[in-house]
Design a protein. Structure first.
Length: 768
């Protein structure tokens, strides 16, 4: 041809014959004899747009020459297309109740796309323009991931047709043939990158090659596979897979170790639009799609993308107590609203979150992508700011705290995540649960993220193993060291408190709503030889490796305790201080106390009470002192979670022994009582009553209620207004259940004067 093959293809075929692409550049010898005899200068007689006639009715071809060969007419496109095999339709068998979704445990995703898990076979039907002949025809699939798919990075995947499947590679096999249709069984790599793949089908026949047009309805979503033994996230317990991958409702714990509060959280990883939103987070990250096959990498990306400081992630953190331009962290009851808001906005961070919200969203995203995950609460959780692996408290010459130097803190509680995976990048034995923390506290390799840190490494003090093991170790097992300022300005270690960090590490139990204590996963029994070795091992790699060079001798001890469940909001708070002299001689103690209102993160807001006292103890005597805080002293001072901290410090005059301890507690808030009314049936209206009593002897201003329940009621905010002093209010809400089975209806209250008020009710919905 005088025109290039590409020019002919573009000029003659676009918009004319969508079902066939002519093989203009095929070698002549591969074409049928009838086509060999034809002149390839001549254009198809059906293609009127490519030829014209001169005055004597002679055809003029695209190269400008006249067609005077009456015995060798042009070839019709339909003659060539009879021999091409083209794709007419693709059926991905993507029904929720179909084979693919059921076998891949993806039937609960509210999506009409094909969602499968890597390393596992799935099926599809392809319908062709004619009968497919395996002797002369061939077919392969092309899958494209991300904006720039490349073969070398496995983001462009070629799936060949083979006679037998061998597993552990991309391949397909014809398992059934019916008329013009074939059924393919496709294997995927157990290490394949997860994400949304664009599917096209390429056919080869003697007449040429064709490629099916891209159709978004044929996109394939590939996830991690905890059911596949060759996948790095494989989990061998079906009960645990049901809990840590498939359960879309969970429990988050808060408060203090002696006053553990619990709230139900809608993870909602299968809700409509959630998978697309979670993948959108990966797409917004700085990690290329080629890295989405490694769960270590993905967990780290999720940890960074759930917070907003450096990548405009999902949630903006706020611990100020002022949330008027967003939603108070305590008002959220689930992740769905948050993640969908972020996706709908195109990546604008949602206001606002604190640690349990960051953790709840992280659990949602990881489970949605197929990585087993659980939310973890650590009570008395340390924040070590100088990598010393200790919590340092600095006192002046009079044993009073030097607030400017006390940058380390102990949070009443902190919530992060465990996710399950192997760790081939670490020494043997470091796989299993990995700690991941999305709350932005410290940077890691320049980004606000934390982990995944091997929990086994943390337990043994192996803080030299990546990622961020020193930070996690300090959270759960650091000692509190007290330093006294000397007259020359230097500091000396005067006291060491052990067993003050990392208590009652909690998560929801498998298969029930009970709390499971997993402290043993993170640390050996407190005070045991193994635990002390772990502490000293970790400290050796810290900024103060000589911390444990000398021991401190004591014969007087001090302890703070609380009666029962502790004080309630609106009432006086009472604690007990027990001082014991274990020596056979008189001991005189000068004791100082300071009570501070604080954020649950351990940061002081204000000091509300100070006292000092002189105590004499006879030989082996034990004294218990009553300590009280009146409601009027803390009224109007509290911030989120109503957290308080009592600091005691003192000196024994006879021995110069230093006494020091700190005690965190909170004022308990009431629950919202939820009472379902009527018989819950899918598609039929029902109602529920929400009852709340104001515990305070003053008015609550601008109260809002937030109600939601997966399969019951999408998140709804109700502006109630003011609630009078000690008054009881009742709301009635009507809704129509959309999903059968056991459901949970959640409610929370949001107002400036009272936080962490919520409630939950179990609702069993029957099929219509």
């Amino acid at each position: 041809l005088s025109m290039s093959a590409e020019a002919v293809r573009n000029h003659t075929m676009v918009g004319r014959f969508p079902d066939a692409t002519l093989g203009w550049d095929e070698p002549e010898e591969v074409l049928p004899e009838k086509k060999k005899a034809a002149s390839w200068k001549r254009l198809c007689e059906l293609c009127k747009c490519c030829k014209r006639k001169d005055s004597d009715d002679t055809e003029i071809l695209v190269d400008g020459t006249k067609n005077n060969d009456k015995d060798n007419p042009p070839i019709a496109a339909h003659e060539i297309s009879e021999h091409l095999v083209t794709v007419r339709a693709i059926d991905l068998l993507k029904s929720k109740k179909g084979q693919n979704r059921q076998e891949h445990h993806t039937d609960r995703y509210h999506s009409d796309q094909l969602i499968v898990r890597r390393g596992q076979t799935f099926q599809m039907w392809i319908e062709f323009s004619r009968s497919f002949d395996p002797k002369t025809d061939n077919v392969h699939l092309e899958l494209k991931l991300g904006p720039n798919p490349v073969l070398s990075k496995s983001t462009l995947v070629i799936v060949p047709l083979v006679d037998e499947l061998h597993n552990n590679c991309w391949e397909s096999k014809i398992t059934e043939k019916k008329d013009n249709k074939i059924k393919l069984s496709i294997n995927s790599l157990p290490t394949a990158a997860i994400g949304r793949y664009e599917l096209t089908v390429v056919t080869q026949s003697p007449s040429g090659n064709t490629t099916s047009p891209r159709n978004p309805d044929n996109d394939i979503y590939i996830l991690f596979n905890p059911w596949c033994e060759d996948d790095a996230v494989y989990m061998d317990s079906e009960e645990q897979r049901n809990e840590y991958v498939l359960n879309d409702v969970g429990r988050l714990y808060y408060g203090t170790q002696l006053q553990i509060g619990v709230r139900t959280w809608n993870f909602g990883q299968f809700a409509d639009g959630m998978l697309a939103a979670c993948l959108f987070m990966l797409e917004c990250s700085k990690t290329p799609a080629s890295g989405w096959g490694d769960p270590v990498n993905v967990a780290r990306v999720v940890s960074a993308m759930v917070n907003s400081p450096d990548e405009n992630g999902v949630l903006e953190g706020n611990w100020s107590g002022e949330y008027s331009d967003g939603t108070s962290p305590t008002a959220w009851s689930g992740s769905v609203d948050i993640v969908k808001q972020y996706h709908k906005s195109g990546g604008t961070p949602v206001k606002y979150g604190q640690c349990w919200v960051f953790s709840g969203v992280t659990t949602t995203v990881l489970r949605c992508l197929g990585i087993p995950s659980r939310s973890i609460t650590n009570f008395d959780s340390a924040h070590d700011t100088d990598v010393s692996m200790t919590i340092d408290v600095y006192l002046d010459e009079n044993l009073m705290p030097i607030n400017d130097l006390n940058t380390d803190s102990v949070w009443n509680f902190h919530v992060w995540n465990d996710c399950w995976m192997s760790r081939p990048d670490l020494p043997a034995g470091m796989g299993g649960w990995q700690a991941v923390d999305a709350t932005p506290q410290e940077t890691s390799q320049g980004m606000y993220c934390c982990g995944p840190a091997s929990v086994a490494a943390v337990r043994n003090g192996q803080v030299y193993l990546k990622y961020d093991a020193p930070f996690v170790f300090a959270e759960v097992n650091s000692d509190k060291i007290y330093w006294k300022r000397n007259t020359d300005g230097t500091f000396s270690q005067i006291h060491c408190e052990k067993n003050v960090v990392g208590h009652c590490i909690s998560t929801k139990a498998v298969g029930s709503d009970n709390r499971e204590d997993i402290t043993h996963d993170y640390k050996y029994p407190e005070g045991s030889k193994e635990e002390r070795i772990a502490v000293e091992t970790a400290t050796c790699y810290g900024s103060r490796p000589d911390t444990y060079a000398s021991a401190v001798t004591k014969d007087v001890t001090i302890e703070i305790t609380m009666n029962g469940e502790g004080p309630k909001m609106g009432e006086d708070a009472e604690l007990a201080i027990t001082i014991k002299n274990s020596s056979s001689e008189l001991r005189s103690v000068s004791l100082y106390s300071e009570l501070a209102v604080m954020y649950y993160t351990g940061v002081n807001k204000a000091t509300v009470q100070k006292d000092n006292m002189q105590i004499d103890l006879k030989a082996n005597e034990v004294k218990t002192l009553e300590w009280a805080l009146q409601y009027q002293q803390y009224r109007g001072q509290l911030v989120d979670h109503a957290a308080l901290m009592l600091t005691l410090s003192g000196r024994v005059s006879q021995t110069q022994q230093i006494l020091a301890t700190q005690y965190n507690f909170r004022l308990q808030t009431p629950d919202i009582i939820i009472t379902p009314v009527g018989k819950p049936v899918v598609g039929k209206e029902m109602s529920a009553e929400f009852t709340f009593k104001n515990p305070l002897p003053h008015v609550l201003k601008n109260v809002k209620f937030r109600i939601e329940g997966l399969g019951l009621q999408s998140a709804r905010e109700i502006a109630y207004g003011d609630v009078a002093s000690l008054a009881t209010v009742t709301l009635t809400e009507r809704f129509v259940p959309t999903l059968a089975g056991p459901r949970k209806l959640l409610a929370s209250l949001d107002c400036k004067q009272l936080t962490q008020v919520h409630g939950v009710a179990d609702v069993f919905v029957r099929e219509n």
